[in-house]
Design a protein around this ligand. Structure first.
Ligand SMILES: Cc1cc2nc3c(=O)[nH]c(=O)nc-3n(C[C@H](O)[C@H](O)[C@H](O)COP(=O)(O)OP(=O)(O)OC[C@H]3O[C@@H](n4cnc5c(N)ncnc54)[C@H](O)[C@@H]3O)c2cc1C
Length: 301
């Protein structure tokens, strides 16, 4: 059977696309290997009606809702290759099974690489986070660290987080990356800057208490924000030659159409400025409408 739409990635972007396409009576297969970007976090915030839900709960509810639509199937597998084959797309799963689809939605998300600081993964998702809109409320008014190795990102994050806490220290972990202007602006707002390398993050049960530097200096903090390096979780957008923005995200129109016919994209894979579940879900909805419109147009001759 040729699938109307193969959705690669079953996070909020892919799942919402599947919901909308299922309701549009399209045959859909979602391929997902369950490695979402927010897997480390305990609670997700900012999604109206789901504020505080765990990532697992969010997926379970989505799967249950989608199961009402029999033309949508979820395959718990990784797609290893996608190619264009005689105006169809051919997808290869990791067990070498091959699927054919008229259209594909890339909803594969982003991967994060945290600064190479020993133990940082013990705290990430518990008291260290990547986005103040997601987790700033829980950290409000606490003594916080901003760990960022790139100057503009460090400054931008500190300026944002200042809205949630005035007790901030920027740690650039051995990188002298802030400009004089940025340093002056930070000092005017009593934001401390420590440029030395970090030796250790010290705390208990994932809750940070101190940061120790190679100079043996220490700062006290209860959490904070980290600026990770972001990269695409799958190579498919680049392999298809889809137009991409400065952050490597796939450029789409408002209905998720990429520059390559039949290839749509939604969610973090588009590399927008705001990585949020609700934004990803909305983009999934728009891409599904784009897919359905384009299929209907080609069928309605
Ligand atoms: C620590 C942390 C906390 C966060 N907290 C919040 C929060 O509180 N609120 C909020 O709104 N946002 C939060 N976010 C951001 C949020 O996680 C992302 O914006 C959102 O997950 C993006 O959804 P997505 O569907 O684009 O991608 P993802 O949710 O990352 O889903 C992509 C899916 O595609 C799958 N996949 C990738 N490649 C393949 C392949 N080749 N084959 C099959 N499957 C594949 C992955 O396994 C994954 O399941 C947080 C992020 C982090 C890192």
């Amino acid at each position: 059977m040729v699938i109307d739409c193969a959705i690669i990635g079953g996070g909020p972007a892919g799942l919402n696309a599947a919901l909308v396409l299922g309701r549009a009576r399209r045959n859909v297969v979602i391929f997902d290997n369950n490695q979402p970007r927010n897997a480390v976090t305990q609670e997700s915030h900012g999604f109206l009606t789901r504020d505080g839900v765990t990532p697992d709960e969010f997926r379970a509810i989505a799967h249950q809702e989608i199961s009402k639509y029999p033309a949508v199937v979820i395959r718990h597998t990784r797609i290893t290759a996608v190619r264009n084959h005689e105006s169809l797309f051919e997808l290869v799963a990791d067990n070498n099974e091959i699927f054919q689809a008229k259209t594909i939605i890339l909803a594969t998300g982003l991967k994060e690489t945290l600064p190479a600081i020993e133990g940082i993964h013990d705290y990430y998702g518990k008291c260290l986070f990547g986005c103040p809109y997601c987790d700033g409320w829980e950290l409000k008014d606490k003594p916080l660290a901003i760990i960022a190795e790139e100057g503009h990102a460090a400054f931008h994050m500190a300026r944002n987080v200042w809205n949630w806490s005035r007790d901030l220290v920027i740690c650039t972990n051995g990188h002298a990356v802030l400009t004089l202007e940025e340093k002056e602006a930070l000092q005017r707002h009593n934001i401390r800057i420590v440029e030395g390398s970090i030796t250790a993050l010290v705390g208990k049960m994932g809750m940070l208490e101190r940061i120790v530097f190679t100079t043996h200096d220490e700062i006290v903090c209860q959490g904070g924000f980290v600026v990770p390096q972001l990269s695409q979780a799958s190579p498919f957008g680049a392999e298809f030659g889809c137009d991409r923005n400065a952050m490597g995200g796939i450029v789409t129109d408002q209905f998720g159409r990429s520059s390559v016919k039949g290839v749509y994209a939604a969610g973090d894979v588009c590399g927008g400025m705001l990585s949020q579940l609700i934004v990803a879900a909305a983009q999934g909805c728009a891409a599904a409408a784009g897919v359905n419109m384009d299929l209907t147009q080609s069928e309605f001759l």
